[in-house]
Structure formats: C-alpha cells, structure tokens
Ligand binder design. Structure first.
Ligand SMILES: O=P(O)(O)O[C@H]1O[C@H](CO)[C@@H](O)[C@H]1O
Ligand SMILES: O=c1cc[nH]c(=O)[nH]1
Length: 248
C-alpha cells in the first residue's frame, strides 16, 4: 500500500527517515544546494517537498507553512509515511538582547502558547525535543563555531494583536530566548507519535526591533539572516548524519 497522504501528497514509497522542516516553502530553494541529487517532489497548499542526499544520508525537506495547525498536519502525515526524525529549520524573533541577528537558537523547550498542541493534550504537558537530537545539534554548532544559544522559545498564534509588545516583554522577563509559531506543536505532537524532534531557529528580528521591517528584510535576503539560515541548515543536516551513524 502506498499510503498517499492527502495534504503533503507524499506516500511511503519514499522510504525516508529524516526530514528538515522549514516554515517557508521558499526556504527549500536555499536548502536544495546543500543536497546531492536534489529533486522536487510535490507542492500542495503550503507543503512543498524535495528529496536529496547529504553525506550519503537520504533527506526530505518539506515546508510546514505558518503556525501550529499546518505544522501538526505535516508531522502527522510525515509520520504516517515512515519519517522518524524531524528538525525544524525556522526563523524567530529575539526576546533577549544577547540573541543577535543571525544567531541560532537550539530549542530545549517551548512555551505552548498556541492552540494546536492543546487540542492533543493539556498544556501542563511539556513541549520538549528529543534529548539526543538536541545534543547532536549543540555538538555541531560548537564544533563549527556557529553563534548559538540553547534554551526556551515561545510558540504563539498571534502576530497582529494589540498586546504583542506587552506579551513579548512578559516572556522576555521569564528568560525565554525567542518566539516562533511552530516549535511547540512539532515537539508535542512529535512526542505523542514517537517521532524524534528538534527545532533550530534563526533569529531574524533584533530584541525590541521592528518585527515587520525585519521580516521584510529577511524576505529580501538580508545577509545576517541568510548566514543564520545557512548555519541552521548545516546544523540540522549534520545532526541527521550523527543519528544515521548511530552516534546518538
Ligand atoms: O520562517 P518560519 O520558519 O515560517 O518561522 C517564523 O516565520 C513565520 C512568521 O513570519 C512563522 O511561521 C514563524 O514561526
Ligand atoms: O518576531 C517574530 C519573528 C518571526 N517569527 C515570530 O514568530 N516572531
């Protein structure tokens, strides 16, 4: 049985264990050069996919779109076709002065301030990555001298409420490093389905900077954001190589 999945439009004939999950479908154009024999697969709704190899390991890259709901569908359907480990290759906004543009955050836990994960399990349940996959990412970042931080991110559903500054200030005071929209649902649903997960976030908005201008600059290819993106892709790919070699 091929088990074709309705949204991602992929089936288990792919036989792939590892997936990089950017939010933005356009990020696949910048992941592709890191892979040998990269081949586009499908582009249905927000789910654009390609497959290739990195150091002999077969890797799928698929966009999740924005937010927990579409990420949840991606995790579920990828799990159904046999993907065992998923690393988010995301962007985020900084909540701390020390997290600079282009620094990456290796997320050790996520505040579940979004709706999707709560439809699965009460918010007292933690959103955490697979420990060994996180440690592999950390090892790679250290080895390659990539500017990085390890800690908590806040995943949310809101971009344009009237209270965003106050919300950010609250979580900043609690020591949260940055905010995104997908990590909490990836971690929570991944754990419940027995999928190993990690999340790497490239900071594209300075602490207390202008979120909207900064995101426009990222879309336009601002250099620090692009360097951070390259760094997070390398970290994710090298972590999968370690996993494949049984080093974790
Ligand atoms: O760049 P991606 O990976 O989509 O991640 C971040 O960017 C989007 C918002 O601009 C949200 O999806 C947020 O989580
Ligand atoms: O500030 C930001 C930037 C990217 N993604 C977010 O969720 N927030």
């Amino acid at each position: 049985m091929l088990n074709l999945q309705p949204h991602i439009q992929l089936d288990d004939s792919l036989g792939i264990k590892y997936a990089l999950l950017p939010g933005d479908p356009a990020r696949l154009d910048r992941i592709s050069p890191f892979l040998e024999n990269a081949q586009e697969l499908k582009f249905n709704r927000e789910y654009r996919s390609l497959v290739g190899t990195y150091k002999g390991v077969k890797i799928l890259a698929m966009s999740t779109g924005m937010g927990g709901a579409s990420t949840g569908i991606a995790v579920e359907e990828l799990h159904k076709i046999g993907v065992e480990a998923m690393i988010r290759i995301g962007s985020c906004g900084s909540l701390q002065p020390k997290v600079k543009m282009g620094d990456i955050i290796l997320v050790s836990g996520a505040v579940r301030d979004e709706g999707t994960s709560k439809t699965y399990i009460d918010s007292i349940f933690p959103a955490v990555p697979d420990t060994n996959l996180l440690l592999a990412c950390l090892e790679v970042a250290k080895e390659k001298n990539i500017p990085h931080h390890t800690g908590i991110a806040r995943s949310h559903d809101s971009f344009y409420t009237d209270d965003e500054d106050a919300i950010d200030a609250f979580w900043s005071k609690k020591g949260v490093l940055g905010c995104d929209m997908e990590t909490a649902s990836l971690f929570t649903i991944g754990h419940l389905r027995g999928v190993k997960t990690a999340s790497i976030l490239n900071n594209v908005v300075d602490y207390q900077g202008d979120t909207f201008d900064s995101i426009v600059n990222y879309v336009d290819g601002a250099s620090l954001s692009m360097q951070g993106e390259k760094n997070e892709i390398i970290v994710g790919l090298e972590a999968f190589v370690r996993l494949e070699k049984g080093l974790l």
